[in-house]
Design a protein around this ligand. Structure first.
Ligand code: PLP
Length: 392
């Protein structure tokens, strides 16, 4: 797997060398169970404590507000189910979210609907951004929870979560945000943001897969998500993933301190991709060009089928992702692109390019070298292309 051009960093990222070095002792000699009383176990407990303190410092919160989990999906499941239960105790069974949340939120909300909760899914419009005025209009006396992501994983568009948080705070509504795609791409300061609950994942920021966290503001007392041992203050049982947690803390520190340098490095690459790809015929750039993270670009090519495009890029050693939900094994186009108002057939021909701090200009140039030819070839095979081409 040499010479791979990896442009799917919104799906997962490589482990950074410093993260790997930080983890190594805990994969090797320091394998004690953090709950054990002998010194080998205490080493693990100390490492977890330091990781928690380092993350709290980097994100500006109290270390007691951090709960380690297995990743973004678990964190959001816990946040939404837990907060819905708290709200229901006060007789509040209305939840507000957006149409293009990650499935870890969306499917939980659909489950809650079958238990008698009512959910309002706010529109995200063509620019892929929710409007605070829509949120305000949707709030009811029985609204107990708002869950809206900070950065969408397919379009890269940034949501106005500070304003959303302020509205929720004023109305006494619990606010959860999935900030998985925000960390490392935009500044994340928990002391400035009125999120009560916030999900993060390690493998999107160069830590290993299977570790993440849920930030739980001190005011909120969520019921335990996994019951059993006393780990994570008795709220999330299970022997801790010590190496993963240590690596995650290192990755959080690097992500937070590296936001500016990553932006400086990727901005010219973003501009080049945007400039060159929008020159092609019948192409759409999806989501606001301004209100976005710059590591992520999403295009739709009319008359092109997303799966075929990915396979042909793969033959060139280039890893990208499509807007069609091929990962879920279904041929339905992405719910995110449909929420932006794209017609089915256009959403089907989508390409997400997501960069990391490791992405080089040479890699982007290689993509730009092969992409036009691939698009042309696929369109030449498409029975629809002639008709699309002649449509104004
Ligand atoms: C990847 C991702 C998740 C899921 O995180 P996991 O750690 O893979 O469970 C949730 N939300 C967003 C926005 C993501 O990009």
């Amino acid at each position: 797997m040499n010479n791979i051009i990896y442009l799917d960093n919104a799906a997962t990222t490589r482990i950074s060398p410093t993260v790997r070095d930080a983890m190594e002792p805990y994969l090797d000699n320091l394998y004690g169970n953090a709950s054990s009383l002998y010194s080998l176990g205490r080493e693990s407990a100390k490492a977890i404590h330091k990781a928690r303190a380092d993350i709290a410092e980097a994100l500006h919160c109290d270390l007691r507000e951090i709960y380690f989990t297995s990743g973004g999906s678990e964190s959001s499941n816990w946040a939404v189910k837990g907060a819905a239960a708290l709200a229901a105790k006060q007789g509040k069974r209305h939840i507000i979210s957006s149409q293009f949340e990650h499935h870890a939120v969306l499917h939980v909300l659909q489950g809650l609907e079958s238990f008698g909760f009512e959910v309002t899914f706010l529109p995200v419009y063509e620019n892929g951004v929710v409007r605070v005025s829509d949120l305000e209009a949707a709030i009811r006396p029985d609204t107990g929870l708002v869950t809206i992501m900070q950065v969408n994983n397919e379009t890269g568009t940034i949501q106005p979560v500070s304003d959303i948080g302020a509205v929720c705070k004023e109305r006494g509504i619990i606010f959860h945000t999935d900030a998985v795609q925000a960390l490392g791409n935009i500044p994340l300061d928990l002391s400035e943001q009125s999120a009560d609950l916030l999900s993060l994942s390690g493998h999107k920021i160069h830590a290993p897969k299977g570790v993440g966290l849920l930030y739980v503001n001190k005011k909120i007392r969520l019921a335990p998500f996994i019951e059993g041992g006393a780990q994570e203050s008795g709220r999330r049982a299970g022997t801790e993933n010590v190496a993963g947690i240590v690596g995650f803390a290192k990755a959080v520190q690097e992500a937070v301190s590296g936001v500016e340098s990553k932006r400086r490095k990727l901005l010219p690459l973003h501009e080049k991709l945007y400039r060159e790809i929008t020159k092609l015929e019948k192409v759409h750039f999806n989501g606001s060009p301004e209100q976005r993270v710059i590591n992520n670009l999403n295009f739709s090519f009319e008359g092109v089928e997303g799966e075929s495009l990915l396979l042909m890029l793969d033959m060139e050693g280039i890893c990208c992702s499509s807007g069609s939900a091929c990962t879920s094994g279904s041929l339905d186009p992405s719910h995110v692109l449909l929420a932006l108002g794209l017609p089915h057939e256009v959403a089907h021909g989508s390409l997400r390019i997501s960069m990391s701090g490791y992405t080089t200009e040479a890699e982007i140039d290689r993509l730009l070298e092969v992409l036009p030819g691939i698009i042309e070839k696929l369109r030449a095979m498409s029975p629809l292309w002639e008709r699309i081409k002649n449509r104004s």
